[in-house]
Design a protein around this ligand. Sequence first.
Ligand code: MN
Length: 326
Amino acid sequence: MNLDDRVEKMIENYLQYGRPSEVARIRSAYAFALEAHRDQFRADGEPYITHPLAVAEIVIDIQLDADSVIAALLHDTVEDTPVTYDDIKEKFGEAVADIVDGMTKLERIPYSSKAEQEVENLRKMLLAMSKDIRVILIKLADRLHNIRTLDAKPEAKRREIALETMDVYSPIAHRLGITKIKWELEDRALKYLDPIGYDEIVSALESTSGTREDMIGSIKACLSARFEELGLKNIYIEGRVKHIYSIYRKMFMQNKTIDEVYDLYAVRVIVDTKEECYNILGIIHDMYKPIPGRFKDYISTPKPNLYQSLHTTLIGRMGIPFEVQI
Ligand code: MN
């Protein structure tokens, strides 16, 4: 897709949730960034503007506000071009200038040690340093695009960025509950850190990919038919296949085969109240046979990031286990 089409698509996606009155500012920020980076190129030979544009697209994907989209478009201008804090403040306001400034400062924090304690301190520092959480969110989007395009970098650099992503950025995404970004960061980092382990899992998943989609589809269909039969309303069901890095952790760190990863397939059932969660659990245990010892009540005992739900593992068609999260 050419740049102009991408900009139009970006605006269209922003308007799915954002304010039409902000569109002119977003367009103007794009024009400003295009001009500021006009003579620069990425390691892959693409015009530099493709990077801030991609970061803005990710920021829109997680539905951040217009100032965040604008700051994403401008995030590398102070670091890499003659543009100053005051230029941005004057044209796009103090909030945007402060976000860009926060991102520029994060860029200068060195990451060197592998010691867990220091990494933990770094994480805390990153979170504390940004008075505005949007700085961290856009930084995550920035890192995501950088790791998507990491092939263009030299070998040593790839490893460094992949390690830093695993040690610092994925835990931050986890704590902030931005699961979609966390999963992609981890899967892409793993590909550089252990390409052989990564390939092993990808081929195992590919060999059963037809079965997998079928299996999730049929579980979802059975559940919604049953809920309808019982007159239950406003229940949202979604299915997913576990992401690669979390399969990897179970296989290589807990020494399991891929068949022993019980939550390879998971279905999530979302309801409105706590009571309904327990009610749905009873219904599902009546439909499928639960595996003993696999039930977890994160409602009565939430995870450290405050995640609350009920998890249970059941035996599905052809004896394949799947997890349900309610
Ligand atoms: Mn950047």
